[in-house]
Design a protein around this ligand. Structure first.
Ligand code: HAM
Length: 419
């Protein structure tokens, strides 16, 4: 047990870090182009925030939260997502008094007690964006364009952007009635989850993965037929802007997101080869959430991209950069008692901006050479009996094999001149 992490968690090892940094750099660069600023909120929040924000009848809240009572008898939850927390922070820190809209992004771990499988973990990482304070369809299009630009910059192909409008509470009420009427006599054939969703959250039935439920919902009424004028106009405008920006999308009237705060625009980016975990990105508008969390009525929209899923897609398409290790110099100790001098050399290198490593294990010259090669060292710096006696070093260019001797100063000058 002690040598295994909890189920659904994964170590990100040194060999993986370059890939994470690569994705994070693309994200940060693109957010800068779109003028989104980074926000870092705590990993845990009061449970109440998620109950109110995400909705108490959602799978996330009912089945997937890591909730515990802390030593002060408060109910605390590890964040299963970050939209509610960003809205909480927006209100607590009065970000609405600054630039409007607040355009924020985050990268960090989220926690859901999901059934782990490829692309689905209990601790996973999201990059997310929240634009709070603008009702215009322009901002819906902007956040979608941001997601698309990041995925395109990474070079990903065969992605599909699916778009829907889930309407506002008014049109959703009308839709709910029609959907319930349609499903009424099919109710007994639905899975247990969907039977319980029937009264509480019937739209989620459309999203059920159970084949029987999918068959029973064929021909169900579509939300598109129930949208009020305002929601319809908004949705048309979003589509027009995306079309003008040459972003292709598929209208999916069955796209109902798993969190209750969504209104109007809802979208997902899918990468089919990931199978059941094909959603790489999901988001939408949440015009009621700020008010639900105790603020004035304020519109908002955002999305989150699952970083592990993006990594899987990049791997499948062979798009991850080849990360070769690299080191400027490897300091080799060729005789006992060279440790102090060796540490002096390695320190001088590092102080002068060269990455440098030294042998810590008193290994043979052959073993040290092997390590220098494995780490792609440009130079090896040799410290043997003669060098120590004469207060010099031997510097070997690992590519050309050329060797010369000199003081530490000479070594630095020579390395700088060849930089
Ligand atoms: P979500 O659809 O629940 O939305 O999650 C967004 C993305 O996070 C998913 O598309 C997927 O890529 C990734 N993801 C979710 N669960 C897991 C998991 N267990 N393992 C690995 N990856 C996962 C939200 O979280 C919303 N807060 C998005 C949003 C922001 N809407 C508006 N603003």
């Amino acid at each position: 047990m002690l040598t295994m992490g909890p189920r659904g968690t994964k170590d990100i090892l040194p060999k993986d870090i370059a890939n994470w940094r690569y994705i994070e750099n693309v994200i940060r660069d693109t957010c800068r182009l779109f003028d989104y600023e980074e926000i870092r909120t705590p990993i845990f929040e009061h449970t109440e925030l998620f109950l109110r924000g995400i909705g108490s009848t959602t799978d996330v809240v009912e089945k997937e939260m890591y909730t515990f009572t802390d030593r002060g008898d408060r109910s605390i939850t590890l964040r299963p997502e970050n939209t509610a927390a960003v809205v909480r922070s927006y209100l607590e820190n009065k970000l609405y008094a600054e630039t409007v809209p607040s355009k924020l992004f985050y990268i960090g771990p989220m926690f859901r007690y999901d059934r782990p499988q490829a692309g689905r973990y209990r601790q996973f990482h999201q990059f997310g964006v929240e634009a709070i304070g603008a009702a215009s369809p322009m901002i819906d299009a902007e956040v979608i364009l941001l997601a698309v630009q990041i995925l395109n910059t990474l070079g990903l192909k065969d992605l599909t952007l699916q778009l829907n409008s889930v309407g506002c509470p008014t049109c959703r009420k009308a839709y709910r009635d029609r959907l319930q009427a349609f499903l009424e006599e099919k109710k007994e054939g639905l899975c247990e989850d969907c039977r319980s969703r029937f009264d509480r959250n019937p739209m989620r039935i459309l999203d059920c993965k159970n084949e029987k439920c999918q068959a029973l919902t064929v021909g169900a009424p579509e939300i598109a037929d129930c949208l009020c004028d305002d929601c319809q106009t908004h949705f048309t405008a979003v589509q027009q802007i995306l079309t003008a920006a040459e972003v292709s999308f598929i209208l999916n009237p069955r796209l109902v997101r798993g969190l209750d705060y969504y209104t109007k625009t809802a979208f997902e980016v899918q990468y089919a080869p990931l199978g059941a975990q094909s959603a790489v990105c999901g988001g939408g508008r949440y015009d009621g959430l700020v008010e639900e969390c105790g603020g004035k009525p304020t519109p908002g929209i955002g999305f989150a991209i699952g970083i592990e899923r993006v990594l899987l897609a990049l791997e499948k398409q062979d798009l991850l950069p080849k990360n070769e290790p690299s080191l400027d110099a490897f300091v080799m100790l060729l005789q006992k008692g060279a440790e102090v001098e060796g540490m002096k050399v390695v320190t001088a290198l590092r102080k002068n901006g060269f990455s440098a490593e030294i042998d810590f294990a008193g290994r043979s010259l052959k073993a040290q050479m092997k390590q220098a090669n494995r780490q792609n060292a440009r130079y090896s710096i040799l410290l043997g009996e003669d060098e120590i006696k004469n207060n010099i070093v031997t510097i070997k260019n690992m590519q050309t094999g050329e060797q010369k001797q000199g003081t530490i100063e000479d070594m630095l000058t020579s390395m700088k001149s060849e930089d």
